[in-house]
Design a protein around this ligand. Structure first.
Ligand SMILES: CCCCCCCC/C=C\CCCCCCCC(=O)SCCNC(=O)CCNC(=O)[C@H](O)C(C)(C)COP(=O)(O)OP(=O)(O)OC[C@H]1O[C@@H](n2cnc3c(N)ncnc32)[C@H](O)[C@@H]1OP(=O)(O)O
Length: 213
């Protein structure tokens, strides 16, 4: 997914390759379901097998507060977030790299689950990718916070099925206010640009008393 991007990888180190592999399989199922639709033979049996898998996972899950504490431990946040999280089946996942000039960059190709207009990426999905990428750019620059405002400009439709380059860069920090910008390009053409205002604030992590979000 990040074949064309170099730099320091900013994704969390995998905690459990088996969990990542299961999430990748679930991601593949999500794409395959949309691609096959009613053409898939034995859909009733497929449904029953998927339900059985869900039941096994649900039966194994610890209480939610326990699981939340585990998820947020160490670099865990970056393993389960909905953009770069290798443990999260809804994350593409985008792999971001920190650049020497202080920016971050990643390459990702999106398939049918992220479609908005025909053949193109849903605008909310672009917003999700950019919100997160700007947040990681802040982390890479050293001062991060919560999104207070995110302004997007959709310059042209963002294509599915081809590599997208997602970038973010912190512009300045003034007190608790952090200004960050970013973009999504396809084949060198600007599709979406973003400007964000982040406020240096972190919610407490579950299971811990310190506010080190
Ligand atoms: C091993 C791996 C390595 C990885 C390395 C990389 C590290 C990466 C690190 C991390 C990556 C994570 C990336 C995540 C990215 C996603 C982030 C999100 O999605 S966050 C969820 C969505 N956002 C919310 O839910 C906020 C909800 N809003 C609030 O909680 C508050 O309103 C908040 C925090 C924004 C401000 O509240 P207050 O009480 O703390 O502060 P007040 O006093 O209100 O504001 C401070 C100043 O900011 C201005 N301000 C606040 N909100 C503003 C706004 N919307 N527009 C303009 N100004 C605003 C105010 O006017 C004030 O300015 P004056 O000091 O008076 O000049």
């Amino acid at each position: 997914m990040s074949a064309t991007t170099t730099g320091t990888p900013l994704s969390a180190v995998s905690a459990d390759a088996a969990v990542d592999a299961a999430a990748a399989a679930a991601r593949r199922v999500t794409v395959a379901l949309l691609r096959a639709g009613g053409a898939a033979p034995g859909l009733e049996e497929i449904t029953a097998r998927l339900e059985e898998v869900a039941e096994r996972l649900e039966a194994a899950a610890p209480p939610l507060d326990e699981r939340q504490a585990q998820l947020w431990e160490g670099g865990g946040a970056h393993r389960h977030d909905p953009v770069t999280g290798t443990e999260n089946a809804i994350a593409p996942p985008l792999v971001l790299h920190g650049q020497e000039d202080g920016s971050v960059e990643g390459t990702v190709t999106l398939d049918l689950p992220y479609q908005g207009p025909p053949g193109h990426v849903h605008g909310g999905v672009s917003a999700l990718l950019l919100d997160h990428t700007l947040g990681v750019a802040n982390g890479w620059a050293g001062t991060s916070g919560m999104t207070a405002e995110l302004t997007l400009r959709y310059h042209r439709p963002t294509p599915l099925f081809e590599p997208l380059v997602v970038t973010g860069r912190q512009v300045f920090v003034e007190g608790r206010k952090i200004r960050t910008e970013g973009a999504i390009t396809a084949g060198g053409r600007l599709c979406v640009s973003a400007e964000g205002l982040f406020i240096d604030k972190h919610l407490p992590r579950p299971g811990r008393s310190a506010t080190t979000g």
